[in-house]
Ligand binder design. Structure first.
Ligand SMILES: [Zn+2]
Length: 115
C-alpha cells in the first residue's frame, strides 16, 4: 500500500474485485478513494463503455472519473477473457463466501451487499 500525498498522479487502489458469473457479464472493483478513507465501487456492466462509479465525480458530476479510466483496461481483459469461453466457463466457485456477494446499486449510486 503506497500513499501519495501529491494529487498530480492519482493511482487507483483496488481493494477487492467482484466478478459476476454468467449470464451477467459484469465486474466490480472496490477501490479506495483518494483520501484513503472512503471506498467506492466501480463497476462495468456488459462492456467497458457501460461503467458506473460511486465517487463524487461520477455520481454528482456525471462525468467519467479516473477510476473508470484506469480500470477500463482490466475490465476489458475480463470481458475479453470470458467471451470465447462462455460455454465452458461455468465452473463452480472454489470458495463461495467472499466473491459471491450479490451487489445491487443503492439510490446513492453505491453498491450494497444484498442479504
Ligand atoms: Zn470514480
Amino acid at each position: 500500500m503506497k500513499k501519495q500525498a501529491t494529487t498530480t498522479a492519482k493511482e487507483v487502489t483496488v481493494l477487492n474485485v467482484y466478478r459476476f458469473k454468467a449470464p451477467l457479464s459484469r465486474i466490480c472493483f472496490v477501490i479506495e478513494s483518494s483520501n484513503g478513507e472512503d471506498q467506492y465501487n466501480c463497476c462495468f456492466n456488459g462492456d467497458t463503455s457501460h461503467a458506473a462509479c460511486g465517487c463524487d465525480r461520477f455520481v454528482k458530476g456525471h462525468k467519467e472519473c479516473y477510476h473508470i479510466e484506469q480500470l477500463r483496461g482490466r475490465a476489458q481483459e475480463y470481458f475479453d477473457s470470458r467471451k470465447p469461453a462462455q460455454a465452458e466457463q461455468v465452473v463452480a466457485p472454489l470458495h463461495s463466501n467472499v466473491a459471491e456477494h450479490t451487489l445491487e446499486t443503492a439510490p446513492s449510486g453505491r453498491l450494497v451487499p444484498m442479504r
